[in-house]
Design a protein. Structure first.
Length: 240
């Protein structure tokens, strides 16, 4: 291999790497709810994108958000209508669709893109304002009474549109079989009870599980990682 050929190949490698990097959101793009809301409120006319489906957006969304995702008809034209000189804020139900959209925005020349870590779960869970079509749903008072009336209560908080939330259901079915009436399982969805999720002020992402033992919180768990063994261990301790 000649030196000239080596440097030519190196130049090609660097060019490809730069292109890949341009389409990949940087670590700083994904920010926690506190940073996201602070940066968002600092904008007079924020460019806020809900990267979920039109159906999800119609049921609930952050005020002033517009619904754009990679499959939206006329996507390129809509993106071209944004100001590249100003920050763009993106969220979805978790981080998947919002991170993908952020990567595309960066490839199109947007330099400042912020993805809400934990998505709309984090937004609602922190008590932020949410536009929703939900009617009544479970109230905080009703929730508190359920916790007080049962020795052990496992609360599963999520959304019917959340892929990870669906993976929790078989775990819950197994626990129902194992513990029977000694464990009360309460399932709460964003589409039905957003006010309750906000009032709890504890949810950081979907799915989110809370285990109560005689009214006391013994476990809070966000996401799927180590979920089943963590629940089993906590339930065993609570049973003593």
């Amino acid at each position: 291999m000649t030196i000239k050929f080596f440097f030519r190949q190196l130049a090609v490698f660097v060019l490809v790497a730069l292109r890949v990097h341009a389409q990949t959101p940087e670590a700083k793009d994904v920010v926690p709810i506190t940073s996201f809301t602070a940066k968002l409120s600092a904008q007079k006319s924020p460019q806020l994108i809900d990267a979920r489906s039109a159906e999800e957006f119609a049921l609930n969304h952050i005020p002033d958000a517009v619904n754009i995702n990679l499959q939206t008809p006329g996507y390129a034209q809509l993106i071209n209508g944004l100001n590249k000189a100003n920050p763009v804020f993106v969220y979805s139900i978790a981080n998947g669709r919002s991170v993908a959209l952020a990567g595309d925005l960066r490839s199109r020349g947007f330099r400042e893109v912020y993805v809400l870590d934990g998505g709309i779960g984090a937004w609602t869970g922190s008590g932020q304002t949410l536009i929703t079509t939900a009617k009544k749903g479970l109230t905080l008072d009703e929730y508190t009474k359920i916790i007080a009336a049962n020795d052990r209560v496992l609360v599963d908080i999520g959304s019917k549109f959340c892929g990870s939330c669906k993976k929790v259901k078989p775990v819950l079915a197994s626990l129902r079989q194992q513990y029977g009436q000694s464990l009360t399982i309460l399932e709460i969805e964003l589409e039905e009870s957003p006010a309750l999720i906000g009032a709890l002020k504890t949810v950081t992402a979907f799915p989110y599980l809370i285990l109560y033992n005689r009214g006391e919180v013994v476990l809070k768990h966000a996401g799927l990682q180590d979920l089943e063994p963590t629940l089993q261990q906590s339930l065993s301790v609570a049973a003593r």
